[in-house]
Each structure stands twice: as C-alpha cells, then as structure tokens.
Design a protein around this ligand. Structure first.
Ligand code: WT7
Length: 659
C-alpha cells in the first residue's frame, strides 16, 4: 500500500458518517427533507410527481389501481410513447442540437448523436422493423453488445409499440434460444461481433448456434456490422445487414404509437431459484415515470449534464439508467463498448476527463478492481468535472466506498449506494444525495413513497441491529407487473412469503437479507435464495447445477457462491463423479467448465470445480449449502456434528485450501 493510501485509511477508517458537500446541496434537484413526509401523507397520489416528468398523449384517470392486487396498475387510462418521451419532445423544445448519446468504442473511435440525430436513426430503424412485418406487441429480441444500434433498436421498438427483450451479449447461444422460445419472439437484432481487449469477438456464430435452438420460425434477423473486415461471415436468407436495410428507409417519418400506460415496454429475463429464467414484464407508463423520477431525484440528472453509467445495456441497470431514465430527462448519456483496463487501467478516467462527466454510476466490483490496480491510474486525470457518484448491484464494503469517495470523488461528491432489482425497475433504497447523511456500507433509507422494511420470518419488523429480510409493503410505479405468461410464478416467487391473501394485504419479497439501524438505514446483506451475485450479476445456482449434472460422468453437483476479493462472490462447484469416472477428474472438469459456458456464458465460469465422493448432507438428506459456502470462502467451519457424513467435510476443505 502506498503512503497516501495508508494515510487515507487512517483518517477515513474511523469515519462512519459523511455529510453531502455544501457545493452539491446548493445545486441539487431535491433538497427538502420534508419530501419523505409529503410522500407518506399523500400516498399514492405523490407518484403524480413522477408521471409529471413525462409527456402524456392522454392524461391518466387513476394513479394506482389496486383492485386486482398484486396485479397493480399505475396511471391507468393514460397513454404515452416512450420514444417520444426520450426523443421528440426534447427536439420540439428546441434541444435537438444537444447531445443525447456519446458513444466510445473500445478501439477509441467515437460516435456522437444529438437528439435530432438519434431521433432520425430511431425513425429509420422503426420504419425498417415495420417493413419487416413487426407489429405492435410483437416481442423483438435484441442480442447486442454495447453499440449505438442497441439503444436505437430499443427506442425504435418502443416507437412502434413492439416490446423488446434484450439478451446480454455475453450470454451463451443456449441462453438466447431459451429466451426467444419463452417469449415466442420471431424477430432478432444482433451484431457480427465486438471488441474485447482489442480482439474481435465473433458474436454471429454464437447467434446462429442459438437460432438452431429456437423452436418456432424466426422471420427475420438484422445483423449490425461492427467488425467490418475483421470478421468474415455470411448472412442466411432471412438475415439482413442493418446498414443496408436502414439505407432503404432513410429519412422516414414514423409517428410514435400511443401506448396504454400499462402496455408492455419490455421484457427482461433474470435468474431465479429454478433453472428457468424469469421474464420480468415492465410497462410503459409506470416504468418510464419511475426511472425518470429516480434519475432526477437520486442521480441528480439535469438536461445539461453529461452522465455516465458504466453498466451494460444488456442488464436492467443499462435499460433504466443508460437509456430510459437519462434520455427521458434529455441529458447526455455516455456509452462505452469495452473493458475498463484496455488499453490501460485508466481508460474510464480518460473517458471521464475527455467528456467532462458530471455524474458517474458503476458497480462495487469495478471499484474493488480500481482499488486493487492502485490510485496511480486516477491521479493523471482531471476528474474535477464529477459532482455525484453512484453504485449498484451488490453490497459495497466501507473500504471500497471510501476509496471511491476519496480517489474518484476527491471528497467533494456524494455517493449514492442504490439498492434495487430487475423486478423493481428502478432504485428503491438509497440516500437522496442532496439531503441525507451517507453511511458507507449502508444503502440508506427507502426512497420517499417506498415502504421497504426489514422483518423477521413472521413479517414483524426487527429491532435495530438485528438481521432480517427486506420486504416492500406498498406498490410503486416501476414494479414488475408479472412474469411473462406466468402469473402463477409471479405470485409464488414474490408475494407468497409475506402476504395475507385473505386480508388482501400484499407484501413484495425481494429475497434479500438486511439489517436496519436506529436511523432507519438499511444495510443489504445479500440474497437469501439460491441466487449468487458475481460482479454485480445475478446467477441462479440451479441453472449452473443443471448444466454441470448434464455432463456424462457427473452424478450430482452443488453450486454455491464463495467470497471473492473483486467479484464479490465467485462460483464454486462441488461435484460427485459417477462410478467408474473417479480417475477422470481432469476430463470431467474440462467438460463441466464447457457445459457452464455453453448453457450460460463466461460470467458463470466456475472459480473451482471440486470433486468429492459425497456432499455434506443433513440427516434428512439436504445438502448443507451453508457449509459449502464457508469452505469456498475460507471461513472457519461451524459445528458439523449434525451431518450424516461429517467426515467428507475435511476432505473437501483440504482440496479447496490446498490450491
Ligand atoms: C440483486 C438484484 C439493480 C440492478 C443490478 C442488479 C443485489 C443490487 C444492491 C446494493 C446491495 C444490491 C441484491 C438484489 N443488489 N443493488 N446497492 N447493495 N445489494 O440487478 O440482477 O436484478 O440483482 O442485486 O441482492 O436482490 P439484479
């Protein structure tokens, strides 16, 4: 550790609370602490404030319709178009020359789109999609990396009322097929490839492999040419080059379709407890109002800001806080294609400096990596344009928080640690940067109007300092409306645990553990289901397990998360070889790795695969996952005497620690 880091630690280590800097408060969008009470006293009408940030074609009649809870409806009777709200209205207000998207490729090339230009591109592609036969309510799958055509395609879909389903480009061919099958999606927009650490990655072969697994006919596939001569590939009969198609539709005018507030804007698949990913449905009115509102209140975004969220648009963070929220507010949203350490470890700071970024939003896993690389990478860059920092995706440890505060924010920027989920659509628990004291490691109080609590197994609120579970006891506009084609699973996944159906009291259960302090600040402890969080990405252990047991020669497997310095959690696989395969562990290991990459993708790559003749089980035959987690994390092991087979524990632990 450098001397400077040591000093910082000595000074900041003790400090547990930080006040928002005066310079920030003076200009913040939200500064009146009375907002919490106002929302509480005037609930649910308070949410009109969010709806007021949008332009409606038809005013809504009712803010919240709760007659068929938990199938809540927001802003019913209202009509609007998301692409109109993100584009046209800014142009109509005379802001067509302002920059909407500032894109940077990994190799250093840039593309800048003003609101005028982005609207043109969106109209051209909307016309293209229509011409291909896409109709209102058809689900269009977008399997695309971080190229400008991704947000363009999203907004084009929104313009014609076709919900999009974005599949993260890092996901495997199988994952693409599963999602297209589940959504009955007949249209796909994809890309020939993209750059990672300077290498051209072939994405089209993976796409084609995925398409083989689609059970219905896929009418058309549009392929963005990102790699040019760096990749040779041929297009099948139903595949079209993006630029060629769009060239035929240049200068099109496509009127934005008025959508009902409750019409689906998009689907986003996320991992759950079972092997089948869940298709989370978000709507046009509530979702857009909620992301715009939180972008304004929490991220403090204003139209003349340059704002950068370093997430991938393939995850909900990118949907809500690269595309919809920021563009609804008419700001400049930065988008970067590649990795943070290419060509060197200061790439992000170079981008901040060059674009004079005002607001930066990233994940704790990235911050831990920056910390590990050292502060010399930040020092050569002028980061003084920054006024607010944010994190999302996983708990941030106080050390990382303080490093971020000091080395990126120069102790002048508040940090918002924002807790939310794919299902919540937008932020739920976080400080308001112009109002609240910050406590590193704790996300903060629930947002105004959000009734999040920490409760025990019976649903009673726990005392300060005690661990419990997060619940949300009233609905909010950005909430998921259901799981696509699966209302039953929607209820059983989120509403069964704590609701009192007979009393018509519905409580949302996000499946996170947490603590609350005497000031009502909530510290998230992590998932309490079989979902792990690797670098801020949610992975279902069951999905990984089913991939592993699919390997011939593996009889049984258990997948758990173990602590990891940078990733937060890493994937650990414990596997039992079938009889006769015991001496072929190297082969099995290779095949199991391959199987995980094939069924999910590189983000799920196991840190270690540990072979064992038995898994530790309770007397009733349940695998002791907690114990496996402790072994993977290198924790001290508790009492193992309740196990049916305590002798296997030492054997497994030896293998993990001996590496
Ligand atoms: C899970 C949701 C929200 C977009 C990115 C992830 C964890 C999220 C925080 C935070 C502690 C957090 C939770 C949550 N999580 N934000 N600030 N502090 N944990 O979305 O893939 O739907 O995952 O991420 O465990 O349930 P997601």
């Amino acid at each position: 550790m450098s001397q400077e880091d040591a000093n910082l630690e000595a000074r900041l280590e003790e400090q547990e609370a930080f006040e928002p800097p005066e310079s920030f408060v003076e200009q913040a969008n939200v500064t009146d602490p009375g907002i919490y009470e106002e929302f509480e006293e005037n609930w649910p009408a308070c949410w009109e404030r969010a709806a007021d940030l949008l332009s409606w074609d038809e005013e809504y009649d009712t803010v919240l319709e709760d007659g068929d809870a938990p199938f809540y409806e927001w802003f019913t009777g209202g009509e609007l178009n998301a692409s109109y709200n993100c584009l046209d209205r800014h142009v109509e207000e005379g802001r067509g020359d302002s920059v909407a998207l500032e894109w940077e490729g990994e190799l250093g090339e840039t593309r800048t789109y003003t609101y005028d230009e982005l609207l043109d591109e969106v109209e051209d592609f909307a016309a293209t999609l229509r011409d291909l036969g896409v109709e209102e309510d058809d689900v269009v799958t977008l399997y695309m990396p971080m190229v400008p055509e991704l947000p363009i395609a999203m907004l084009a879909c929104a313009r014609i009322g076709a919900p999009h389903s974005v599949v993260f480009a890092g996901f495997s061919a199988d994952a693409l097929a599963t999602r297209m099958n589940s959504a009955d999606s007949e249209y796909l927009v994809t890309c020939d490839g993209y750059y990672r650490r300077g290498d051209a990655l072939d994405h089209i072969s993976k796409t084609n492999e995925g398409l083989e697994g689609v059970e219905h006919e896929v009418s058309d596939v549009v392929v963005v040419d990102r790699l040019g001569d760096d990749l040779d590939h041929e297009l099948a009969d139903n595949q079209h080059d993006y630029d060629e198609l769009v060239a035929d539709h240049e200068g099109s005018t496509v009127e934005p379709v008025s959508r009902d507030a409750e019409d689906m804007l998009f689907l986003m698949y996320t991992s759950g407890t079972t092997g089948q990913p869940k298709g989370v449905k978000h709507t046009t009115g509530g979702y857009l109002a909620y992301t715009a509102w939180t972008s304004r209140a929490v991220l403090d975004i204003e139209a003349d800001d340059t704002y950068w969220c370093s997430a991938d648009i393939g995850w909900i963070t990118g949907h809500s806080y690269i595309v919809y929220g920021p563009l609804a507010l008419g700001t400049t949203s930065v988008m970067y294609e590649g990795t943070p350490d290419y060509p060197d470890k200061d790439r992000l700071w170079e981008i901040v400096e060059k674009n004079e970024v005002d607001i930066f939003y990233t994940a704790p896993t990235a911050i831990r990596a920056f910390m590990k690389w050292g502060s010399e990478y930040t020092e050569n860059h002028d980061l003084s344009s920054l006024r607010l920092l944010g994190t999302v995706g996983e708990p941030i440890n106080p050390r990382a928080w303080k490093w971020y505060y000091k080395h990126i924010g120069d102790e002048e920027c508040p940090i918002v640690d924002t807790w939310w989920q794919t299902e919540t659509g937008g932020m739920m628990i976080t400080t308001l940067p112009g109002i609240n004291t910050m406590k590193p490691g704790s996300a903060g109080p629930p947002l105004p109007g959000v009734d999040a609590r920490v409760v025990d197994a019976q649903g009673e609120e726990v005392d300060a300092g005690k661990a419990g579970y997060v619940t949300v006891n009233n609905p909010w506009p950005g909430m998921l409306r259901t799981l696509y084609n699966n209302d039953e699973r929607f209820i059983s996944e989120y509403w069964q645990e704590y609701s009192d159906e007979d009393a018509d009291e519905w409580v949302y259960f996000p499946e996170d553990g947490a603590k609350i302090d005497e000031d009502g600040y909530i510290t998230i402890l992590g998932r309490v289901d079989d979902v792990i969080n690797v670098s801020g990405h949610r992975l279902g252990t069951m999905e990984i397990e089913s991939a592993v047991v699919g390997v011939e020669g593996i009889a049984e497997a258990a997948v758990v998360g173990g602590d990891h310095e940078v990733k937060g959690e890493a994937v650990y696989v414990y596997a039992i070889p079938e009889d006769g395969y015991e001496d072929r562990e190297d082969e099995l290991e290779e095949e199991a790795m391959e199987a995980v990459l094939d069924s999910i993708g590189p983000i799920a790559k196991p840190e270690e695969i540990i072979f064992t003749p038995e898994l530790p089980k309770t007397r009733s035959g349940k695998i002791m996952r907690r114990l496996l987690e402790d072994i993977a994390s290198g924790n001290e092991l508790g009492n193992t005497s309740t196990l049916r087979n305590p002798e296997v524990v030492d054997d497994i632990a030896d293998q993990v620690t001996s590496d």
